[in-house]
Design a protein around this ligand. Structure first.
Ligand SMILES: Nc1nc2c(ncn2[C@@H]2O[C@H](COP(=O)(O)OP(=O)(O)O)[C@@H](O)[C@H]2O)c(=O)[nH]1
Ligand SMILES: Nc1ncnc2c1ncn2[C@@H]1O[C@H](COP(=O)(O)OP(=O)(O)O)[C@@H](O)[C@H]1O
Length: 192
């Protein structure tokens, strides 16, 4: 059993709509700013180029429940969950970790973990047209994009939920270098 009160350090949580740049922002934090990624678990099929244990732990409907979850959700008909072990491992490493969650998961984290541990970033897209363009550019097929954007979870996460307004730092992800600069500034503000 892992006790949540024994966790300390800084956990940055990134949320936002599909294609808002969550994975891109997370990679910037891990590759440039010394963060460790919390790898989460999912039953969704691997996208081209994704690797098991790096992008996600890819699970089947059967193996998904072999893990101990701090929380898990259904998103567009697949399970996604973050394990106690993964979180503890990432924070132990250098006490600066980053996780990508849907907004329901963010609310659970705010409920279960000490507030001083958490920084929440909500990424905003300039427009729906840009969102679709970026999902195409990532290699998602038209039918997949349509299904994903029609899901109730994607619709919910298109805008910052009211319950997160007081806590989330909203970052518009338009021009990428500017987004990176905003991330650097936020990290400097929080960690200094
Ligand atoms: N609550 C929760 N959400 C997760 C977890 N892992 C990923 N997600 C979220 O699941 C959603 C779908 O992720 P993904 O299939 O990678 O699609 P994407 O948003 O298009 O990159 C995103 O909002 C992720 O933030 C998790 O462990 N818990
Ligand atoms: N500011 C940006 N300008 C142009 N392309 C971007 C920008 N941010 C992210 N992308 C690209 O958009 C696609 C979706 O980004 P991704 O990080 O996978 O989003 P998410 O994880 O939120 O679904 C990727 O191909 C990524 O390289």
């Amino acid at each position: 059993m892992i006790f949540l009160e024994t966790l300390d350090g800084n956990l940055f949580i990134i949320c936002g709509a599909p294609g808002s740049g969550k994975t891109t922002a997370q990679a910037y934090l891990t590759e440039n700013l010394g963060f460790t990624k919390v790898v989460t678990h999912t039953t969704r099929p691997k996208r081209q180029g994704e690797r098991d244990g790096k992008d996600y732990y890819f699970e089947t409907q059967e193996t998904f429940f072999d893990n101990h979850y701090l929380e898990y959700v259904t998103y567009d008909d697949n399970y996604y969950g973050s394990s106690f072990e993964g979180l503890k491992r990432a924070l132990k490493h250098d006490k600066r970790a980053v996780i990508v969650l849907d907004t329901k998961g963010v609310l659970t984290y705010l409920d279960k973990l000490p507030a001083e541990l958490l920084t929440v970033i909500f990424l905003e897209l300039p427009s729906t047209a840009v969102q679709v363009e970026r999902l195409h550019a990532r290699g998602d097929k038209k039918a997949r994009i349509e299904q994903r954007l029609a899901s109730k979870e994607a619709k919910r996460d298109a805008e910052l939920p009211a319950a997160l307004r007081a806590k989330a730092h909203v970052l518009q992800n338009a021009e990428l270098q500017q987004t990176y600069a905003k991330l650097e500034q936020l990290v400097a503000d929080i960690l200094s």
